[in-house]
Design a protein around this ligand. Structure first.
Ligand SMILES: CC(C)(COP(=O)(O)OP(=O)(O)OC[C@H]1O[C@@H](n2cnc3c(N)ncnc32)[C@H](O)[C@@H]1OP(=O)(O)O)[C@@H](O)C(=O)NCCC(=O)NCCS
Length: 336
């Protein structure tokens, strides 16, 4: 058996790598996976100079025929105390030690990259919340749960009049703020403020056992994020809140939808700066991005969102919007 990093530009290696991931997702969901499409993995795996780039690894008799695959997300400047990864064993090849062997190799790569902690993210389908194979496997290898997240799906489109009703109810609490929105490129005059919000976002979400720091963002990184998302074949539907008195941008929310496979839209970041919380801005921003989804006439069937189980305010907003539990995502950590 051989373990090696694959070249995402090599069609045979990449397709074999993605095949294992795809069969693993199908096995979990009982249907084609909801995760990133091949072009999206590729778009995030080829630019070595990017602030975050995936390294893709295969394990098997040859790189064209892996039995297990993994990924590590290498950050250039941010959160160097840990590295995030994932691992999938082909469903027909499980319980033969391949998962353990691949995990040991990923740990060796993390050490080589001088990251003292490996955080492995795992998605569980609706039928395996809390009981996926990861629970025994990760514990067996000395990992502990660092974060429990729940995935919720919101059926789309919403019943007629529902978004208007919620907007009218919530907007009364937010008279000090102006809600604005755009698709794809951030208006030039907002790019610096947007970069600041993206920088603090990772540190502002609740984490149990991972010490996540703010990231390094500037206008150039915002533009790069927009370009990578476009390269992934996705549109970015963004809303933001401006504090009327100070003119400051104090909140933003990002919904993304694939132009080729728009059935599932994904909620990405939503952040309201601490001192501006409690004005229903989170819910209003989400409705504003849904208006863009409506206006774009995407044939979307659901919006998926993932929240830490500790994030009570965001979960309350999602439930009020009508989102319902559809799966989980666990982060396992091991100090190497
Ligand atoms: C979890 C996963 C990676 C395990 O891969 P694998 O090749 O089957 O694992 P191994 O054969 O190396 O198993 C090692 C040990 O983990 C435990 N384990 C693995 N799968 C298990 C399961 N389904 N139920 C109970 N224990 C399990 C066992 O202790 C096993 O040792 P044993 O077979 O001698 O009893 C695989 O099921 C998978 O790809 N799942 C979906 C993605 C995922 O969860 N990835 C991240 C894991 S942190």
């Amino acid at each position: 058996m051989k373990f090696a990093r694959i070249d995402a530009n090599d069609d045979a290696q990449f397709e074999a790598w993605f095949g294992v991931l795809q069969r693993s997702e199908r096995n979990r969901e009982g249907a084609p996976g909801q995760g990133w499409h091949p072009d999206e993995w590729r778009a995030r795996s080829i630019d070595e100079t990017a602030p975050k780039v995936f390294r893709l690894y295969s394990y098997g008799p040859s790189l064209d025929h892996p039995v297990a695959v993994g990924a590590l997300e290498v950050t250039r400047d941010d959160n160097l105390a840990f590295i995030e990864g994932s691992l999938f064993v082909d469903p027909t090849e499980r319980r033969r030690g391949y998962g353990s062997a691949t995990l040991a190799e990923l740990e060796a790569c993390a050490r080589e990259l001088r990251r003292p902690t490996l955080v492995v993210f795992v998605i569980e389908g609706s039928g395996e919340i809390g009981v996926g194979p990861n629970r025994s496997f990760a514990a067996h290898h000395g990992y502990r749960v660092a974060e429990e997240n729940v995935r919720r799906d919101l059926a789309w489109p919403r019943p007629k009049g529902e978004l208007d009703r919620l907007w009218d109810e919530w907007v009364a609490c937010a008279s000090d703020y102006e809600i604005i929105w755009w698709t794809n490129a951030t208006p030039e005059e907002l790019v610096d403020a947007r970069a600041h919000l993206s920088a603090i976002m990772p540190a502002e979400t609740p984490h149990v056992d991972i010490d996540v720091e703010a990231e390094h963002w500037n206008a150039e990184r915002v533009r790069r994020h927009e370009a990578t998302t476009d390269q992934m074949g996705r549109d970015l539907l963004v809303s933001a809140a401006r504090h009327r008195a100070s003119g400051e941008l104090v909140a933003y929310s990002e919904l993304t939808v694939s132009r080729d496979q728009p059935q599932t839209a994904y909620q990405w970041d939503t952040l309201v700066v601490r001192q501006h919380r409690g004005h229903r801005l989170g819910g209003l921003l989400k409705i504003a991005t849904m208006r863009l989804l409506e206006a774009g006439q995407y044939p979307t069937e659901k919006i998926t969102t993932i929240n830490s189980t500790l994030n009570t305010p965001m979960i309350a907003v999602n439930e009020a919007l009508g989102a319902r539990v559809a799966g989980a995502m666990v982060a396992w950590r091991k100090d190497l």
